[in-house]
Design a protein around this ligand. Sequence first.
Ligand code: V47
Ligand code: SF4
Length: 375
Amino acid sequence: MIKATKSIDNVTQNLLAIEQKVVEDIRITSDDCLYLYEHAELGFVGKLANLVRERKNGNYTFFNRNFHIEPTNICVFDCKFCSYSRLLKEKEEGWELSEEQIIEKVKSYEGQAITEVHIVGGVHPKMGLHYFASLIKKIKEIRPDLHVKAFTAVELEYMCRKAKVSYKEGLQILKDHGQGSLPGGGAEIFDETLRAQICEDKATTAQWLEIHETAHSIGMPSNATMLYGHIETFAHRVDHMNRLRELQDKTGGFNTFIPLKFRNKDNQMSHIAEVSVVEDLRNYAIARIFMDNFNHIKAYWPMIGRSTAQISMNFGVDDVDGTIDDSTKIYSMAGAEDKNPALTTEELVELIKQGGRIPAERDTLYNIIKDYSAA
Ligand code: V47
Ligand code: SF4
């Protein structure tokens, strides 16, 4: 009995010591972060994450007006968690958009105040660096105002290897043709042993980090993700976030960190149960507390769902991505509730307001386009 009381006291004391650091704006260590994952309840981390969130972003929640282009779901890789890709041999279930179809899609947004196109897809052996560079140039000719956020480090590693250019050369070619930034996908979980189990054949952790570092060095910012809630432990999450935090200390080139919840429909890891919403919120909150050099934490609403995205704004999240316009299939194929993800700007604004925050429409680089404080 006495022993139990003593151990509760120790935990409380340790948590209070971490709380003190956060309140005083002192960086917490990886050990502190692991301690939060192992011992802290949602309410505790939520309060601290909210403090950090409001210190960095006040009462704002950011969103943008965007759409996705997924040129193909044919992929040479075979990630165990992926519900989306079709191997070359299963071509009948796959799609490949032609250049004309992609251009038509961009043209269909003519006159609309969209600010970003997010281009990402499977790794197709025939869609290479020069094809995509010329595609981006054509998109920019039609819509010079559109920010092109394109290609995960996994796609880029493959493109550069096939084109026999260094990452720096490849990225410079894409930049010269109009690409503005990189999305955060392909990071999955950095621990090499785990990576070998869930996505053994694609870009390694070292390559992912090198590509993002190189992009930052030539003035292309990027995002970072973490796929959580599968076979990883809390220690693996801490290790993943720590590697990102270290790179961010070096370059300052990451815009936002996006935890991605593993969804278990129709993939080779379907036997793994999805984690609870409480765990999702704890994860956002702990990420917000630990990633002190990331200005933004994003809840990607098509994946996490509208309600959880709304609640997450009280657990460290200050960005809910964009209007999407029913242009992505990655998450609906993996089991997300929204089969046709699209929100009008008005709906997104309402979702943020109802969650008690001030909506701010942003561009890709987080410059505010419209502040809804007064609206
Ligand atoms: O890398 C694939 C993930 C990512 C599943 O940068 C899955 O703004 C959960 O990175 N369950 C691609 N996740 C998407 C991505 C992204 C999305 C939105 C915004 C941004 C951004 C980036 O999707 C992949 C992988 O981690 N993924 N399958 C699944 N079953
Ligand atoms: Fe291919 Fe990306 Fe799916 Fe992996 S996650 S199989 S790289 S589409």
